[in-house]
Ligand binder design. Structure first.
Ligand code: BV8
Ligand code: ZN
Length: 263
């Protein structure tokens, strides 16, 4: 019988067992097994002629507010239909086993919170916090669930109740700065941690992609969980090739935090 956790290096299991401060840094890949397309998966439907990077910009919203708002409403409908997966749940359980756990995500969904993680730092904002593109007034979605926008439908953004300008998604677009409080908390956590787990991110978007590098510079152990290689491979101490929903529960079990059969 093969060693139950042979895909988890013993040195990593020991580092997790001994860690006092752990940072879990996630990207779109951690929500993939919840059925949410990763950011760089080819866009389909009306958006197939755009790439996500081009749509996730203030310029795109200015010139095609209905395409950009339609895209985010389609993504928000996906998130509302989705459930947290075994990776989100294992990350939430991890908080019971380490003295300090910081969850820092680039994702704009709320699956970490719905799995039970608290104090999640959202570096790129949230689909659930739309605001006015002119006066910043927060906007409340009518009944919380978007009409089922079929893929590719253009939807005019609602008008701000206060000033009438178009409401925008509550996310950080390319060329926009990150929310200062989330970013400062993330940097502090990365520079003080013993172990940083980079899970489901292509490690290409800055400044978020700096976090594992800051943890390395501060002497922390860095492990990456991703079925594919990323620019972080060369510097991470451990590269676990596989799906987060499969590896995360095994990682907790390999550290003796819980029995292996946990879902
Ligand atoms: C800023 C919100 C300045 C919206 C997003 C040249 C060099 C360096 C930097 C730059 C440059 N030119 C421009 C920049 C800056 C730019 C940037 O980094 N560009 C990159 C592309 C080169 N950054 C910015 O513009 C940032 N702002 O710099 O501001 C500034 C400073 C002061 C004042 C004013 C301005 C803002 C960046 C934020 C952009 N917004 N999202 C939305 O979501 O629609 S970023 C976007 O990419 C997503 O949020 C996503 O989170 C993020 C990163 O992508 P990933 O999460 O990694 O997702 P991806 O699809 O790429 O990868 C998924 C991974 O999962 C893959 O590796 C896959 O293998 C893996 N996977 C798949 N399945 C699984 C899995 N892993 C585990 N399990 C599985 N089952
Ligand atoms: Zn307004």
């Amino acid at each position: 019988m093969k060693h139950p956790y042979q895909d988890i290096p013993a040195t990593l299991a020991r580092a997790l067992q001994a860690a006092r401060r752990v940072v879990v840094f996630t990207g779109a890949g951690v929500s993939a097994e919840s059925g949410i397309a990763t950011f760089r998966d080819a866009l389909t439907g009306l958006w197939s002629r755009f790439d996500a990077q081009a749509l996730a910009t203030p310029e795109a919203f200015r010139s095609h507010p209905d395409i950009v708002w339609g895209w985010y409403e389609w993504r928000r409908a996906q998130v509302l239909r989705a459930q947290p997966n075994a990776a989100h749940r294992a990350i939430a359980r991890l908080a019971r086993h380490v003295p300090e756990l910081a969850v820092v995500t680039q994702n704009v969904d709320d699956l970490h919170e719905r799995a039970g993680s608290v104090g999640v730092a959202h570096l790129h904002g949230s689909l659930h916090a739309p605001r006015c593109s002119a006066c910043d007034a927060p906007h409340a979605f009518a009944d919380g669930t978007p009409r089922e926008p079929e893929e590719g439908r253009r939807i005019d953004p609602p008008a701000c109740m206060r000033c009438g300008a178009p409401v925008r998604p509550g996310v950080v677009w390319f060329g926009e700065s990150l929310p200062a409080d989330a970013w400062e908390a993330a940097i502090r956590a990365a520079e003080q941690c013993d172990l940083l787990l980079s899970i489901g991110t292509s490690a290409r978007v800055y400044p978020a992609a700096e976090l594992p590098q800051r943890a390395l510079a501060a002497g922390a152990t860095v492990a990456q969980i991703n079925p594919a290689a990323t620019p972080l491979d060369a510097r991470a101490h451990h590269n676990l090739r596989g799906a987060a929903a499969e590896i995360m529960p095994r990682l907790l079990a390999s550290a003796g935090f819980e029995p292996p059969e946990n879902p």
